[in-house]
Ligand binder design. Structure first.
Ligand SMILES: [Fe+2]
Length: 361
């Protein structure tokens, strides 16, 4: 990943935010930041020393509090910041409103093009990015893994979403990596060619899709209008507690993943199998504090960049702190067709509970 920096920021609400930067510049993008992930986002921006930041909301969120206004306030002394949103937005926050086909300048190596994708909301946009030989699309709540955004909130249109999905997003190259604004099943990423085969909502013709969306019953919370008001305000007041979660889409049931325990991991590492990969998906600072000897570190956000090596291995064992994050990686890879991805249940916590040796830097 020498050409660019990429970090997924997850929150317990199932929201996904992303920080991207061209490695040759100090310019970055924060996509769909949430207040729940505010401190993590600030840490990442500081670690990367980003001095120019585009803060983007894919749409006016109705389920969580956007952190664009707070980030702009907290970062304005250390970086040049600009809030952007789609041209149809009613939010007061953006300094620039993006049209279909607009480009975001993050440096010579990172080409980012805006797609206007109304449907989930009228102001929804996606961002298609080419960098380092890879193509990725940040889809907000338009296309999700195995699903698509709900269309029952005010301003939504199932017909517009159908058009956005088929005439905009799915027209991108099939090899494009998909990073959604939410995933309630725990999947991390997908690929458009995989969604074309596995996403049942993409398989529907227009009339089936419209009927499906008309009958889609999803959780809601009575405070949605207050969340929308907060997310539209340029200087919002302190957010209220959300008593019940609203969600932006239906989730797909997650199939069982292959897993082993820490005892089995220990014997497998002991065999020094050259055909297998042993991967710790925690962040480098966690790995420096304590790590299982013999595991290489590929942080969760970057697993997608290592898929050729993973595909070539006989087995790829994934470990983390407790088995939760590595379970997400394993489920994501299983959905993409990797039959060799195996989760280490219990992670380093389970390893240490057995009294096994750990290393530290
Ligand atoms: Fe949404």
């Amino acid at each position: 990943m020498k050409d660019f920096f990429f970090q997924i920021i997850r929150s317990d609400e199932g929201c996904r935010s992303y920080v991207l930067a061209d490695s040759g510049t100090k310019r970055g993008l924060v996509w769909d930041p949430s207040l729940a992930g505010l401190e993590s986002t600030l840490e990442v921006v500081a670690e990367q020393g980003l001095t120019h930041l585009i803060l983007a909301d894919s749409h006016t969120h109705a389920d969580h509090f956007s952190a664009t206004a707070e980030l702009a306030k907290r970062l304005r002394d250390v970086a040049k910041v600009e809030i952007v949103m789609g041209e149809k937005t009613e939010s007061e926050r953006p300094g620039r409103r993006l049209r279909d086909g607009d480009r975001l300048d993050m440096g010579p190596k990172m080409q980012a093009v805006v797609l206007a994708t109304p449907g989930h909301t009228e102001d929804s946009i996606c961002l298609y990015i080419e960098v380092g030989g890879e193509k990725l699309v940040l889809t907000g709540d338009s296309l999700l893994i195995g699903s698509s955004g709900r269309t029952d909130f005010p301003g939504a249109s199932a017909e517009a979403l159908y058009h956005s999905l088929h005439e905009k997003i799915m027209k991108l190259p099939g090899t494009t990596w998909l990073f959604p604004g939410h995933d309630y099943s725990g999947y991390l990423f997908s690929r458009l060619e995989v969604e074309a085969k596995q996403n049942s909502q993409l398989a529907m013709d227009k009339s089936e899709f419209l009927l499906f969306k008309q009958n889609e019953v999803l959780d809601c919370t009575p405070v949605v209008p207050k969340i929308v008001d907060f997310n539209r305000a340029s200087s919002p007041s302190a957010p209220m507690h959300i008593p019940a979660a609203a969600i932006c889409a239906r989730s797909e049931p997650v199939p069982g993943v292959r897993s082993i325990g820490t005892d089995e991991l220990r014997s497998l590492i002991g065999e020094h199998s050259k055909k297998s990969l042993f991967i710790d998906v925690r962040e480098p600072d966690e790995v420096n504090k304590a790590r299982i000897p013999g595991l290489q570190n590929i942080p969760l956000s970057l697993v997608w960049t290592k898929l050729p090596e993973i595909a070539a291995s006989e087995s790829a064992y994934f470990s983390c702190q407790s088995g939760r994050r590595s379970g997400m990686v394993t489920a994501t890879l299983a959905r993409l067709g990797f039959s060799n991805a195996i989760n280490v249940a219990g992670g380093i916590q389970g390893w240490m509970a057995r009294g096994y040796h750990v290393e530290a830097s």
